[in-house]
Design a protein around this ligand. Structure first.
Ligand SMILES: [Cu+2]
Length: 153
């Protein structure tokens, strides 16, 4: 009798597991956020690069970009350039809200993704990947086109 109960318990466990996988797959098919015009301004001599993109929210709720990571760079952080009188400085940004049915641009002069400590040689013309994590649980592995400063003029 006790063996029978054990078998039943592990079967329901397996069912719960497969349901979990199915609902995760469903959520991934209904992403609220999409990314367009993703590119990186590359600089020579291992200088930090800057990533830019436009985030589009198709849902009726605001969604925050809460984390950025990359297999191509040791460090990926969201920064904002702010004017301080005649000078400019960069500040760390914890989260960036993409408004409901709206979009936000990570663009030169405003926000940028600071990319430091490249893990391998990266050159213009290549593609790097940034993993963007959002407050609704979405994770987007996003290709960014690497461009030289001359290509972005
Ligand atoms: Cu920066």
């Amino acid at each position: 009798m006790s063996i029978k109960i054990k078998t039943f318990a592990s079967l329901s466990c397996a069912l719960a597991l497969s349901f979990g996988v199915a609902s995760a797959a469903h959520a991934a098919g209904a992403n609220a956020i999409s990314v367009k015009d993703a590119w990186v301004r590359w600089l020579p001599n291992n200088l930090p690069a800057a990533g830019y993109a436009t985030l589009v929210n198709a849902s009726d709720k605001p969604v925050d970009l809460v984390d950025i990571s990359s297999n191509d760079y040791g460090d990926a952080m969201l920064h904002q350039t702010v004017s301080n009188g005649s000078s400019q400085k960069m500040v760390m940004v914890d989260k960036l809200t993409v408004p409901a049915h709206g979009q936000v641009s990570i663009a030169p002069g405003g926000y940028h993704v600071m990319l430091e400590d490249a893990k391998h040689k990266i050159a213009p013309g290549e593609t790097v990947h940034l993993t963007l994590k959002f407050s609704d649980g979405e994770t987007l592995d996003t290709p960014f086109a690497v461009k030289s400063p001359a290509q972005t003029k």
